[in-house]
Ligand binder design. Structure first.
Ligand code: DAR
Length: 364
């Protein structure tokens, strides 16, 4: 590991060159120097991704649930800025899954939006293991076995029955490379994490592919990733326009799993604990794919649509995931940015209202 002053100088340079790197923006050399060796080493691991990847947006991943409290001096201001929570405003995650108060069916905006690909997922981590960045191979495999035990119960339920597909070599659930590739191509399975420079530095992709896999319901509308950026990514997905149905399926599945797994790592301040500070709170990413060719025209970096979406509290990704460009016909992945200090229903409404506004702009 570089000497303390080298790290301080490197981060100062990143702060000058990459003002969007929140880790560098809020790194305090005096605080860093005040730490004893052990906590300083823990902080260095948390921020390593942002130091070695200066173009990072957040630039940090937690390694243990209590990192958010122990290293609040570094992490709290980053979290406030990303989630747009003004300094001095108390942070308290409130949960609201009651879909009866609103109807968010995209078909009501335009019949052309009746059959969009949509998914909503939450990140959850078991409180009985370190977060993925600090897990060793044995822990990754042990957690996968904990998840498989829970899935053996889930398989018995009428709406969520399905199967578990592991990419840990040589297990009864293991799938071959052809099936893995096909599941990735269909956006059901996560990509090879060892190709992600951000996750590699953070240790989150360590021991790939051991301890990784996915549960999929028979209807292929409920999926649980095991061992991705968090212990679990629990997701509901469908082709259609009704966000209420999508969210209700997730909530029901999450509730069932919550009773079958060890307690999730939770915080009074930040709600569901996640590896990445961007995923705190509801720990939810609700997204849908929609074609906006006019708003993407002649703009390979998606500068215009990204700016318009940001005004609506939305983030834009290419259809191929993070750091990818628009897909065929201007296909984009649209999702609300804020996940902390907003309820599940506020996220659903923000996605619905945001898509309505972008669709109007696209067809103006
Ligand atoms: N490379 C990270 C990504 C942060 C948000 N996306 C996640 N967590 N998948 C960065 O700090 O830019």
């Amino acid at each position: 590991m570089p000497a303390k002053q080298d790290i301080i100088n490197t981060i100062a340079q990143i702060k000058r060159d990459h003002p969007g790197n929140l880790m560098a923006k809020y790194f305090d050399p005096d605080y860093y120097n005040s730490l004893d060796d052990t906590p300083r080493a823990r902080l260095e691991k948390i921020i390593a991704t942002g130091v070695q990847n200066p173009t990072s947006e957040m630039g940090a991943y937690a390694m243990h649930p209590d990192d958010y409290d122990l290293f609040a001096a570094q992490l709290a201001p980053m979290i406030r800025e990303f989630h747009r929570i003004p300094k001095g405003t108390p942070i308290a995650q409130i949960n609201d899954w009651d879909t009866s108060a609103t109807s968010c069916d995209l078909g009501a905006i335009d019949p052309a939006l009746r059959d969009v690909s949509m998914r909503v997922r939450v990140a959850r981590n078991a409180s009985t293991f370190p977060l993925p960045g600090a897990m060793d191979k044995a822990q990754r495999i042990a957690f996968e076995q904990v998840a498989i035990t829970a899935f053996s119960e889930l398989i018995q339920t009428p709406d969520f029955g399905g199967k578990y597909l592991s990419i840990t070599p040589g297990t009864p659930h293991s799938i071959d490379n052809n099936e893995y590739d096909a599941r990735v191509a269909s956006h059901q399975m996560f990509k090879d994490m060892s190709a992600d420079k951000y996750l590699n530095v953070a240790g989150i992709s360590g021991d790939w592919p051991h301890g990784r896999g996915m549960y999929i319901s028979a209807a292929e509308d409920f999926i649980v990733w095991v061992g991705e950026e968090d212990h679990l990514r629990i997701m509901s997905m469908q082709t259609g326009g009704n966000l209420n149905t999508l969210f209700e399926r997730l909530h029901t599945g999450l509730t069932i799993l919550g009773k079958l797994l060890p307690p999730f790592a939770m915080s009074d301040t930040y709600g569901a604990i996640a590896s990445c500070p961007t995923n705190l709170g509801a720990g939810m990413r609700a997204s849908l794919h929609v074609k906006l060719p006019n708003l993407c025209a002649n703009d390979p970096k998606l500068t215009r649509i990204t700016a318009e979406a940001k005004k609506l509290g939305l983030a834009i990704r290419g259809a191929g995931g993070e750091h990818s460009g628009a897909g065929k016909g201007g296909l984009l992945d649209i999702s609300p940015s804020a996940r902390l200090g907003v309820t599940q229903m506020q996220i659903m409404q923000r996605l619905y209202d945001g898509v309505a506004a972008l669709w109007k702009l696209e067809n103006a």
